[in-house]
Design a protein around this ligand. Structure first.
Ligand code: ADP
Length: 181
């Protein structure tokens, strides 16, 4: 344990990368979806464009997803084998403590689906930190603590990657996780 409060063995199973999540060769990428699961802007739009129309067709069969929950599909034309769709909270629609509970639930429910499917590697974008306006520092703290707690208690997924879309976001995660590189 160091100043981050994260066990070193757990931290070795967490990675921070900068770039486009649709390019990652992992067992699952997580989509910051909306409750319709029928596509949208931001990372959701990028994932559907890269995965091709088969993903939308599969999503239609799911009948949506409530905030804080997650659903799993195939990866279709993505390098990732699966997409885990989770619906983050719209920050202004909740009290901060409820927004944090819902955001944490997105991470935990996504990790639970990955474990149930026997997946070893998963990559998350910054759920709710785009058009849903969750403050980035607070969202990073929720993401890091939810993932660290999960990893401390579960063998799968083996590795959790935080895929950051900007240098500033990656710096935030590295600082939070105590990663120096
Ligand atoms: P939300 O509606 O949950 O806020 P957004 O897609 O608007 O979702 O944004 C979530 C986060 O995903 C933001 O931090 C944004 O910068 C990031 N993002 C957008 N496109 C990509 C991408 N292709 N790969 C990784 N992250 C992305």
């Amino acid at each position: 344990m160091d100043g981050t409060g994260i066990d070193l063995i757990v931290r070795e199973r967490m990675k921070v990368v900068e770039g486009d999540i649709t390019r990652l060769d992992v067992d699952a990428i997580v989509n910051a979806a909306n409750s319709s699961l029928l596509g949208g802007g931001g990372v959701d739009g990028a994932i559907h464009r890269a995965a091709g129309p088969g993903l939308l067709a599969e999503c239609r069969s799911l009948g949506g997803c409530p905030t804080g929950e997650a659903r799993i599909t195939g990866g279709h034309e993505l390098p990732a084998r699966h997409v885990i769709h989770t619906v983050g909270p719209i920050y202004d629609q909740h009290l901060p403590v409820e927004a944090a509970r819902l955001l944490r639930s997105c991470y935990v429910e996504s990790l639970r689906l990955a474990e149930e499917a026997g997946l070893e590697t998963i990559a998350f974008p910054g759920i709710s930190t785009g058009v849903y306006h969750y403050p980035k520092t607070e969202a990073c703290a929720v993401a890091a603590s939810a993932a660290a707690e999960w990893l401390a208690a579960h063998h799968l997924p083996r590795v959790v990657t935080f895929c950051c879309f900007s240098v500033a976001d990656a710096a935030l995660y590295r600082a939070r996780l105590g990663i120096v590189d």
